[in-house]
Design a protein around this ligand. Structure first.
Ligand code: PLP
Length: 447
């Protein structure tokens, strides 16, 4: 293999990267070139090890280098490397995976549709909402309610639903038919309020948005059980039951974006369970295969399914949507092996116990620091938010400060990978489920 410096130069010269300062990358090249991974550790081209305290991008839940997954994928590729799912064609592993997902879904669900990424699955969800409402004679219900600071992906539609201004800049986003409501961020939007008062404020914001736009123009609301990239924001207790009562009253569907929370990150198999959600549609990706293969799924309730299958078929004929890689057999084999590992190794228990340790260590290390506004999270997901002073404002995009990116750079120099969130005011932690307590301590120590 080429030497580390050569690889970095090749990368610098020929590629550009997501969520990267393009001119800096073209000038300086990549921050590191990774060539291996095992457990919670990544190794770069010069042989240096790093603890990956982010499990990639909140996704390598069972850890790197699991031969169980590699074997399942190799066997599947040798047996049947590809089979499309158009025109009713089917293959064994996706069928079995769909059965498995319906069996384990956190609320009663009927059907599964596979995609490739969280972004395209959320696009599919919006098309399902539109198809559903068109088929049942409510074509006016088109708008989507999303939340400020929510992250739902970067395709035109999912990027439009994402509520982070830094991800809209230069891309003609957000979209006029996506309406963003207030984020459940206690530190700022809920400052000085009790949980019940904060829930009331968030519900009022939703009610006002619906009143302003008209319920007959709104198809669905999308929400992460716990917001990830927007700052690791858990809603106040009672939030979802109160929000759902409003949505139901106005005949608005709820899409749970479980792309980060799904398959154990919060200590339950789904964040829907942890947060008391009752969604009509569920999006999963990342943890479905622990990122061994790009695979996502839309899990659809009977309520939506019956309309799109019966009325939709009558009105529009065949369902005109799907991807070349929908129901990919190698992805499905990876997912089946991944879910088996999570169950056999009782990883939810690990998430809860190691998660409690992570939360305690983060609070111990950071909570009293004068520039820390809040340490938050639960189980194996956490964030530290920086402020100008305990009673000052948020750091946010302040270019003079860039606190979170600087801290992440410093930790990297000490052999730990974390993540500065896109709004640059928080550092996130979301390690693999198999991280040890000693590794957690090393990671927090580096930060
Ligand atoms: N939804 C959530 C909650 C996410 O965190 C992400 C990615 O971070 C996505 C959707 C988009 O997934 P992908 O990057 O696979 O398109």
């Amino acid at each position: 293999m080429a030497a580390a410096a050569d690889l970095a130069e090749i990368d610098r010269r020929y590629s550009f990267h997501p969520f990267t300062a393009l001119a800096d990358h073209e000038r300086d090249g990549p921050s590191m070139v990774i060539t291996g991974g095992k457990g919670s550790t990544l190794t770069d081209a010069s042989g240096r090890d790093y603890i990956d305290a982010m499990a990639g991008l909140w996704c390598v839940n069972v850890g790197y280098g699991r031969t169980e997954l590699a074997d399942a994928m190799r066997d599947q590729a040798a047996q049947l490397s590809y089979c499309h799912a158009f025109s009713s064609m089917s293959s064994d592993k996706p069928a079995l995976l769909a059965e498995k997902l319906i069996g384990m879904a956190p609320v009663p669900m009927s059907k599964v549709f596979f995609g490739n990424s969280g972004s395209d699955a959320n696009d599919t969800q919006v098309k399902l909402v539109w198809y559903y409402n068109n088929a049942r004679g409510k074509p006016g219900k088109k708008k989507i309610i999303a939340r400020q600071r929510g992250y739902h992906g970067v395709t035109v539609m999912s990027g439009g639903m994402t509520g982070l201004p830094g991800l809209h800049a230069g891309f003609d986003l957000p979209l006029p038919f996506v309406k963003h409501v207030m984020a459940p961020r206690k530190l700022w939007e809920g400052h000085g309020l009790s949980d019940a008062e904060f829930v009331a404020k968030l519900v009022d914001d939703l009610e006002q948005t619906i009143a302003r736009e008209g319920a007959d123009t709104i198809g669905a609301m999308i929400a992460e059980p716990l917001m990830g990239a927007g700052g690791v924001l858990a809603p106040p207790p009672g939030y979802y039951p109160a929000i759902q009562a409003v949505l139901r009253r106005h005949d608005i569907l709820l899409i749970a974006d479980e792309v980060i929370c799904g398959f154990g990150r919060l200590g339950d198999m789904f964040g829907t369970t942890t947060m008391g959600m009752e969604p009509d549609l569920i999006t999963v990706a990342k943890g479905l295969t622990s990122a061994y293969f790009p695979l996502s799924a839309c899990i659809v309730s009977e309520k939506v399914w019956r309309v799109i299958a019966d009325e939709g078929s009558k009105a529009y004929g065949a369902f005109g949507h799907g991807y070349t890689y929908s129901s990919h057999p190698v992805g499905a084999a990876a997912a089946l092996a991944n879910l088996q590992l999570i169950e056999e190794e009782q990883m939810l228990g690990k998430v809860r116990s190691t998660g409690a340790h992570l939360q305690a260590k983060l609070r111990e290390a950071f909570a009293d620091h004068p520039l820390v506004g809040e340490v938050r999270g639960q189980a194996l997901i956490g964030a530290v938010e920086f402020v100008k002073s305990k009673d000052g404002g948020p750091v946010g995009f302040d270019p003079a400060l860039k606190v979170a990116p600087r801290i992440v750079k410093g930790a990297l120099a000490r052999g730990v990978i974390g993540r500065a969130l896109p709004n640059a005011d928080s550092v996130a932690f979301s390690p693999p489920f198999i991280i040890t307590e000693a590794e957690v301590e090393k990671a927090v120590g580096a930060f």
